[in-house]
Write a protein of this length. Structure first.
Length: 114
Protein backbone atom coordinates (compact mmCIF):
# COMPACT_ATOMS: atom_id res chain seq x y z
CA UNK A 1 0.00 0.00 0.00
CA UNK A 2 1.57 3.23 -1.07
CA UNK A 3 1.08 6.62 -2.66
CA UNK A 4 3.50 7.41 -5.45
CA UNK A 5 4.03 11.06 -6.33
CA UNK A 6 5.72 12.40 -9.43
CA UNK A 7 6.02 15.52 -11.56
CA UNK A 8 8.22 17.82 -9.55
CA UNK A 9 10.99 19.79 -11.16
CA UNK A 10 12.53 23.19 -11.70
CA UNK A 11 10.78 26.05 -13.46
CA UNK A 12 11.10 29.79 -13.71
CA UNK A 13 8.63 32.13 -12.06
CA UNK A 14 5.41 32.27 -14.03
CA UNK A 15 5.83 28.71 -15.24
CA UNK A 16 3.66 25.65 -14.76
CA UNK A 17 4.05 22.17 -13.36
CA UNK A 18 1.68 19.24 -12.97
CA UNK A 19 2.09 16.84 -10.09
CA UNK A 20 0.55 13.40 -10.01
CA UNK A 21 -0.07 10.93 -7.20
CA UNK A 22 -1.42 7.41 -7.57
CA UNK A 23 -2.37 4.91 -4.90
CA UNK A 24 -1.41 1.29 -5.29
CA UNK A 25 -2.44 -1.72 -3.29
CA UNK A 26 -5.77 -0.13 -2.32
CA UNK A 27 -8.95 -1.72 -3.63
CA UNK A 28 -11.45 0.85 -2.39
CA UNK A 29 -11.94 4.53 -3.22
CA UNK A 30 -10.04 6.67 -0.72
CA UNK A 31 -12.35 9.24 0.84
CA UNK A 32 -9.92 12.16 0.99
CA UNK A 33 -6.76 12.80 -0.98
CA UNK A 34 -4.67 15.90 -0.49
CA UNK A 35 -1.55 17.74 -1.55
CA UNK A 36 0.62 19.30 1.13
CA UNK A 37 3.94 21.07 0.91
CA UNK A 38 6.83 21.73 3.22
CA UNK A 39 9.73 24.13 3.20
CA UNK A 40 12.74 23.18 5.34
CA UNK A 41 12.35 24.64 8.79
CA UNK A 42 8.62 25.21 8.40
CA UNK A 43 5.56 23.11 9.12
CA UNK A 44 3.91 21.08 6.42
CA UNK A 45 0.87 22.90 5.04
CA UNK A 46 -2.20 21.89 3.10
CA UNK A 47 -2.28 22.96 -0.54
CA UNK A 48 -5.46 21.36 -1.85
CA UNK A 49 -7.95 18.67 -0.94
CA UNK A 50 -10.12 16.40 -3.09
CA UNK A 51 -12.91 14.56 -1.32
CA UNK A 52 -14.62 11.63 -2.99
CA UNK A 53 -17.89 13.56 -3.09
CA UNK A 54 -16.33 15.93 -5.63
CA UNK A 55 -15.70 18.57 -2.98
CA UNK A 56 -12.50 20.53 -3.50
CA UNK A 57 -10.74 22.83 -1.03
CA UNK A 58 -7.75 25.10 -1.55
CA UNK A 59 -5.38 27.02 0.64
CA UNK A 60 -5.62 30.76 0.10
CA UNK A 61 -2.25 30.86 -1.65
CA UNK A 62 -3.32 28.13 -4.07
CA UNK A 63 -6.79 29.34 -4.96
CA UNK A 64 -6.90 30.67 -8.51
CA UNK A 65 -3.45 29.33 -9.44
CA UNK A 66 -3.58 25.64 -8.55
CA UNK A 67 -6.18 23.07 -9.54
CA UNK A 68 -6.59 19.66 -7.98
CA UNK A 69 -8.24 16.95 -10.04
CA UNK A 70 -9.06 13.39 -9.21
CA UNK A 71 -9.90 10.15 -10.95
CA UNK A 72 -10.50 7.33 -8.49
CA UNK A 73 -7.32 7.07 -6.42
CA UNK A 74 -5.17 9.28 -8.61
CA UNK A 75 -4.87 12.99 -8.01
CA UNK A 76 -3.16 15.69 -9.99
CA UNK A 77 -2.14 19.19 -9.03
CA UNK A 78 -1.94 21.63 -11.91
CA UNK A 79 0.16 24.56 -10.77
CA UNK A 80 0.13 27.73 -12.84
CA UNK A 81 1.76 31.12 -12.33
CA UNK A 82 4.34 29.60 -10.05
CA UNK A 83 6.24 31.89 -7.71
CA UNK A 84 9.58 31.40 -5.94
CA UNK A 85 7.57 31.13 -2.72
CA UNK A 86 6.03 27.92 -4.08
CA UNK A 87 9.41 26.21 -3.82
CA UNK A 88 8.91 23.23 -1.49
CA UNK A 89 8.67 19.49 -1.28
CA UNK A 90 5.13 18.50 -2.22
CA UNK A 91 3.52 15.46 -0.60
CA UNK A 92 0.33 13.62 -1.38
CA UNK A 93 -1.78 12.23 1.42
CA UNK A 94 -4.67 9.82 1.62
CA UNK A 95 -7.19 9.41 4.42
CA UNK A 96 -10.08 7.04 4.85
CA UNK A 97 -12.17 5.56 7.59
CA UNK A 98 -13.63 2.07 7.52
CA UNK A 99 -11.19 0.80 6.46
CA UNK A 100 -8.78 3.15 8.17
CA UNK A 101 -6.10 4.76 6.09
CA UNK A 102 -3.66 7.51 7.00
CA UNK A 103 -0.97 7.44 4.36
CA UNK A 104 1.68 9.85 3.08
CA UNK A 105 3.43 9.51 -0.22
CA UNK A 106 7.05 10.34 -0.76
CA UNK A 107 7.70 13.97 -1.55
CA UNK A 108 8.46 15.50 -4.90
CA UNK A 109 10.57 18.65 -5.05
CA UNK A 110 9.32 21.76 -6.81
CA UNK A 111 11.83 24.55 -7.35
CA UNK A 112 10.77 27.92 -8.77
CA UNK A 113 13.51 30.36 -9.67
CA UNK A 114 13.07 34.10 -10.06
Amino acid sequence: VQLQASGGGSVQAGGTLRLSCSASGIAYSINTMEWHRQVPGKERELVARAIRSNLRNYADFARGRFTISRLRNTIHLQMNSLEPEDTAVYYCYGKNSRPDLDLWGQGTLVTVSS
